[in-house]
Design a protein around this ligand. Structure first.
Ligand SMILES: NC(=O)c1ccc[n+]([C@@H]2O[C@H](COP(=O)([O-])OP(=O)(O)OC[C@H]3O[C@@H](n4cnc5c(N)ncnc54)[C@H](O)[C@@H]3O)[C@@H](O)[C@H]2O)c1
Length: 255
C-alpha cells in the first residue's frame, strides 16, 4: 500500500520503540517522515535506515513549547507541508499516588500530556491547510485506572480526552484526531516487565490473546487511522491491546 505517497508526517518519539515502528510504516507507504526525540544519535541511527531524501531527524523535548514550535517549523520548511502528526513520545513513571513527588508529576504530565498539547497546537494551522490528521498514542490507561502509575495514568487519560476535544474543535476544518491505546507492547519501556516470567503469567490472565504486542502491530493501527481509509473516524480511542480492555476485570471463570 502507498497510502502516504506525497504526504508529510511528524512522529515524536520516532527514534525508538512504537514511534520508530510508526515512522518505518509511514515511510514504507511513501511518506516523508520527520522523526523527533531528545537523543540526537538515536534519531540519526534510525534516519540512516530510511530513504535519505524522505527523512528528517529533529532533536526536540516535547515538554518544551519552543522545541515543539521549532519542530513543526522545521518539518514544514524541509518538506513544504504537514499531513499527519503522530505523538508517540512519552515517559513511563512507576509510582503510587502517595509516593509521587511534585517533580515526577510535573515531568510525566509535561512530557506525556503537555507535549501532546504543544505539538497539536503548533501543527493545527498546517493540518488545516492539508485537511490532515492527528494520531496520539495513549495507552490502555487512557481507558481505566490501574496500580502504581498514578501520574502516567492521569496523563494518558488526558491524552484521550484532549484528542476528543481536538476532534470537536477541528472537525469543521476537515482535520481528524484519534487516539491509539496500546496494551503491553515489546519496547525498551517495558523491558523489566518482559524479563519477569511470574509477572507475565499474571498479565496473560488479563489479556485474552495471552501475549504482548509488537510495535509494528501498533503502527498498522496508526497508519489506518492516519489514512484516508479512516476519513469518517475522528475522536475515537482504538485499543490495540490483545483484548485487555474488553474484559470486565473479573478472573477467567469456568476454565
Ligand atoms: N510499550 C508499551 O507497553 C506501551 C503501552 C502503552 C502505551 N505506550 C506508549 O507508547 C509510546 C511509545 O513508547 P514506547 O513503548 O515505544 O517506549 P520508548 O521508550 O521506546 O519510546 C518513547 C520515546 O519517547 C521519547 N520521549 C520521552 N519523553 C520525551 C520528551 N519529553 N520529548 C521527546 N521525546 C521524549 C523517549 O526518549 C523515547 O524515544 C509512549 O507514549 C508510551 O507511553 C507504550
Amino acid at each position: 500500500m502507498n497510502r502516504f505517497e506525497g504526504k508529510v508526517a511528524i512522529v515524536t518519539g520516532g527514534g525508538s520503540g512504537i514511534g520508530e515502528a510508526i515512522a518505518r510504516r509511514l515511510s514504507a507507504e511513501g511518506a516523508c517522515v520527520v522523526i523527533s526525540g531528545r537523543t540526537e544519535k538515536r534519531l540519526e541511527d534510525t534516519a540512516r535506515t530510511l530513504p535519505a531524501e524522505r527523512v528528517l531527524p529533529v532533536t526536540a523535548d516535547v515538554a518544551r513549547r519552543a522545541d515543539c514550535d521549532a519542530l513543526v517549523a522545521a518539518a514544514v520548511e524541509r518538506f513544504g507541508r504537514l499531513d499527519t502528526l503522530v505523538n508517540a513520545a512519552g515517559m513511563n513513571l512507576v509510582g503510587r499516588i502517595q509516593d509521587t513527588s511534585d517533580e515526577d508529576w510535573e515531568a510525566c504530565l509535561g512530557s506525556d500530556l503537555g507535549g501532546v498539547f504543544y505539538m497539536m497546537r503548533a501543527s493545527i494551522p498546517h493540518l488545516v491547510r492539508t485537511k490532515g490528521s492527528i494520531v496520539n498514542i495513549g495507552s490502555v490507561s487512557s481507558l481505566g485506572g490501574g496500580w502504581s502509575h498514578a501520574a502516567y495514568n492521569a496523563a494518558k487519560a488526558g491524552v484521550a480526552n484532549l484528542t476528543r476535544s481536538a476532534a470537536c474543535d477541528l472537525g469543521r476544518f476537515g482535520v481528524r484526531a484519534n487516539t491509539v491505546a496500546p496494551g503491553l507492547t515489546v519496547t525498551g519501556m517495558v523491558d523489566k516487565i518482559m524479563d519477569d516470567e511470574a509477572l507475565l503469567e499474571k498479565a496473560w490472565e488479563r489479556i485474552p490473546l495471552r501475549r504482548a504486542g509488537q510495535p509494528e502491530e501498533i503502527a498498522s493501527a496508526v497508519a489506518f487511522l492516519a489514512s484516508d481509509e479512516a476519513q469518517w473516524i475522528t475522536g475515537a480511542v482504538l485499543p490495540v491491546d490483545g483484548g485487555q480492555t474488553c474484559t470486565d476485570g473479573g478472573p477467567e471463570w469456568g476454565r
